[in-house]
Design a binder for this molecule. Sequence first.
Ligand code: HGY
Ligand code: MN
Ligand code: MN
Length: 410
Amino acid sequence: MQLTINKSRLMKRLSELARIGAFSDGGVCRLALTDEDKAARDQVMQWMKDLHLQTHIDQVGNLIGVRPGAKDIAPIVIGSHIDTVPTGGRFDGAAGVMAGLEAIESLNEYKIQTERPVAVVTFTNEEGVRYHNDLLGSRAFCGYISPEEAYKTVGTDHTIFGEELKRIGFAGEFPSGSIRPHAFLELHIEQGPVLDREQVSIGVVEAITGIAWYEITIQGEANHAGTTPISMRQDAGLTAARIITYLREIANSLGENQRATCGAISFYPNAINVIPEKATLSIDLRNPDKTTLEEAEQRLLDFLEKCTIQDNVQIETQRLAWVEPRACHTDIISTIIEATNELGYSHKTMVSGAVHDALTMASYCPTGMIFVPSKGGVSHNPAEYTSADELEAGANVLLKTVLKLSQQKM
Ligand code: HGY
Ligand code: MN
Ligand code: MN
C-alpha cells in the first residue's frame, strides 16, 4: 500500500494560517515577533497539541513538536518558518511547516510506529526582515548563536528581540542547541521559475546559496539644490545610485548564479530641494559558490572605496549577515529521489537561490530539501502561488522520505 498525505487537510491548515496577518489581495504580513506572528505561533502550537506531539518552546522561540519513536534516539526533524516579508505570500515557509504537520498526522492516522522520533519545528525569524539576524532560529537550534546574543538583536523598528520574544510569550525554557537530528528535511516552494516552466513536480535541492548582507551608510553634506554648483556637491544620493548600478555589474560579471540586490534605501533629510546628506542602503549578495561570493564582496568593497574619493563622501560598511553556501547530504538527496520515483513524480536536481533554515542545518546534520513549483517563479509577493496538487506531491515525497529515514537503524 502506498501511504499518502491528505490534501484537503493540508490545504485547510494552510488557508487557516494564511488568514493570520492577511491583506485583502491574498498576501500575508507576519514579521517576526509581531502580534500576527504570535497569533500564528499560537495556532501552530495548538495543531501540534491536537496531533499529540510533545511540545517545546526553546529559548529563542523555536516551536518544536516531537512524535516519539520506538527508540529514544536522534530524531528526523522537519522544519521551516511562519514569519514572512512585509508583502509576503501564503506559501513561503508556511508550506513546509504545514506539510510537516500533515506528514505527522498521516503517521498518526496510519498508526505507524517509526523507529526514530519524528519532529516538526517552526524556526523563529527566518526572514530576517525585522531583525536582520536572519535564520536566527535555526542558528540557535544548532548552537551557532547563543540565546543571550540573539536577545540583544535590535530591530529595524528599534525593538529588542529578547523583549519582543517575552512580550509575545514565546521566550521558552527548552535549551536551544540541545537536539541534534539524525536528518533534517525542509519542504519549500521553489520561489523561482524553473519547475513551473519545465512542468516538473519535485525539485531535489543539491546545494543552497550562500548569502552576504550589508548595510551601507553614505555621509555627504546637505546643501541647497539650486545654488550648490555640481562640482561642489557631496551628494550621498548620487553615491547610492552609483552603488546600485554597480551591483548589476557585479551580477553580470560573475556568472548566472551571482545575485546582487539593493532592496531598501533611505535618504536624509529626504526633501525635494536638499542634496541628500545621508543615504542608507541594504545590499544582498548571493552565490552558491563560496569563492565567487567572496569575490563579489571584495568587488563591492573596492568600489565603495573608489566612491569615497570620486564623490567626496564617507562610507561606513556593516556586514549584517554571512552564511556560507552548503551542499545537501548525498544520502538524503538519494532518499528523496528514491521516494519521488516510487511515487511516480517527475523531478529535477537544482540549486536554491533563496536561503533557508536548511542552509543552517546542512552544516549541523545530514540535510535535504524538497522544492515544489512556484507559479511564474513569483515569491516574496502576495501573488505567490502553488497549486494544491503540487503541494500534495511535495508533502507525499516528504512523508515517504521521513518513513525511509525514520526506519533506519542506528
Ligand atoms: O531571503 C531569503 O532567501 C529567504 O526567503 N529568507
Ligand atoms: Mn522568504
Ligand atoms: Mn522561506
